[in-house]
Design a protein around this ligand. Structure first.
Ligand SMILES: Cc1cc2nc3c(=O)[nH]c(=O)nc-3n(C[C@H](O)[C@H](O)[C@H](O)COP(=O)(O)OP(=O)(O)OC[C@H]3O[C@@H](n4cnc5c(N)ncnc54)[C@H](O)[C@@H]3O)c2cc1C
Length: 396
């Protein structure tokens, strides 16, 4: 494909910004427009549930780049404007303000929207956490709250519970799993995480679905689990997952199936690409489609998309990776362990509070490695996964 005469990126988050930066780094000098519905300049989300919620970082510190650095990109930033429709055939994006933007290459980087508990819009004291504005609202109430119930025991729910507990709040963390983050960590390591939370005073209510919230005068007063009883609460966070922000793409001509469906080059249609949390791409080494919701992938995939826009032909074959910080522990996971994989400790020990666990599949092959407060060592063990996830890549 010839170099496009202009590029439009929709979604001004980590992935969107990385596409722009990467294009410029590669010498692309044509017009670039970055359209984002949030009014903030691109910022980083991982600190929202950690430093920003805790108040150890001011919101400004989450900015991904200073104004000078953004200016030097010589891109047009259109912020506070939502894209409302796309015509994939003509690569035309319509905005809510009525503008039509047409480009030779369009990148979809609209991320996710937090799922909400049904029927509760307008109930005071019920929050989600996806954006900087969500974090400011939640922190404001957390400073006053006595009893927080976090509904949802995935990564985000566990992080929010951990941060709030360190702030001195009475916290209950409830969700359908036997232990927090079991889907990501497997039951053995999730049990260790559960123990860590319990040691710090987080009350865990596992294997539990929530039936309803109780309210009085328009404000939440408690959480009612299926099976009876009430958990009193003056603050509730719903961390019950997210959905790809593709609502505006209905009727665009693209295939949407839990994300924007792309090929292994992250191409959704001729001249249209997707990157970051919203992109469902074909992972050639795994032989299946994948959508990754993590910060490292947002940048790596964006860089690959920029390269492919400029005529390279590279497949996206990452070793999936995420980290989380909770209660003084950094957990890092490289690879996808899957429910059947078993972890074996290969460095450190649980008793030392630091270890590396290698997850083996049924045939004894490594499918993932996890570091528990062992960042340097887990990185070394990651190398053994490259053959499985990125066979064409040289060992790093
Ligand atoms: C609280 C929190 C903590 C996290 N912690 C970690 C962590 O510890 N480790 C880790 O690996 N990952 C973490 N993540 C995940 C990581 O932040 C995401 O994977 C990353 O932000 C994805 O970047 P993105 O650019 O794809 O999407 P986003 O960052 O969501 O950016 C998408 C942007 O597109 C905008 N947009 C959406 N629809 C439209 C539209 N129609 N028109 C215009 N703009 C639109 C959105 O408003 C948003 O600004 C965390 C996420 C959250 C929310």
């Amino acid at each position: 494909m010839n170099t496009p005469s202009n590029v439009l990126v929709v979604g001004a988050g980590a992935a969107g910004l990385a596409v722009v930066e990467s294009l410029r780094r590669k010498g692309y000098r044509e017009r670039i427009t970055l359209l984002g519905e949030e009014t903030h300049a691109p910022y980083d989300r991982p600190p929202l549930s950690k430093q920003v919620l805790a108040g150890t970082w001011h919101a400004d510190r989450t900015r991904l780049r200073t104004k000078d650095v953004l200016d030097a990109l010589d891109a047009e930033f259109v912020l506070g404007v939502r894209a409302s429709a796309l015509d994939a055939a003509t690569r035309t994006v319509r905005t809510e303000s009525g503008a039509e933007l047409r480009a030779e290459a369009v990148v979809l980087a609209t991320g996710l929207r937090a799922r909400r508990l049904p029927g509760l819009s307008g109930t005071a004291g019920v929050h989600v956490l996806r954006t900087l504005d969500d974090a400011a609202r939640l922190r404001g109430e957390l400073l006053e709250a006595e009893r927080l119930v976090v509904v949802g025991d995935g990564v985000l729910g566990a992080e929010i519970a951990a941060t709030a507990r360190l702030m001195g709040t009475d916290v209950t963390l409830t969700g359908p799993q036997a232990a927090p983050m079991q889907a990501q960590l497997g039951h053995q390591v999730a049990a260790l995480l559960a123990a860590l939370h319990t040691e710090h005073g987080v009350r865990l209510l596992p294997d539990t679905l929530v039936e309803a919230l109780e309210t009085a005068g328009g404000r939440v007063t408690g959480v009612r689990p299926v099976g009876g009883g009430t958990l009193p609460a003056d603050l509730v966070v719903a961390a019950v997952g997210s959905t790809p922000a593709t609502d505006w793409l209905a009727g665009s001509g693209l295939v949407l199936e839990d994300g924007v469906v792309c090929d292994s080059r992250c191409r959704a249609a001729d001249g249209i690409y997707a990157a970051g949390d919203v992109a469902r791409f074909h992972h050639e080494a795994l032989g299946r489609s994948l959508r990754l919701e993590n910060r490292t992938n947002a940048t790596e995939q964006a860089m690959l998309v920029a390269a492919n826009i400029l005529g390279e032909d590279r497949p996206h074959t990452p070793v999936p990776y995420f980290w989380t910080d909770q209660l003084g522990v950094r957990i890092q996971m490289h690879g996808l362990p899957g429910p059947a994989a078993t972890p074996h400790i290969v460095e450190g020990a649980v008793e030392e509070g630091r270890f590396v666990a290698q997850y083996l599949d049924g045939e004894g092959g490594p499918v993932a490695v996890l570091g528990w407060n062992m960042p340097k060592q887990v990185n070394q063990h990651r190398r053994q996964l490259i053959g499985r996830y990125a066979p064409a890549a040289a060992p790093r």
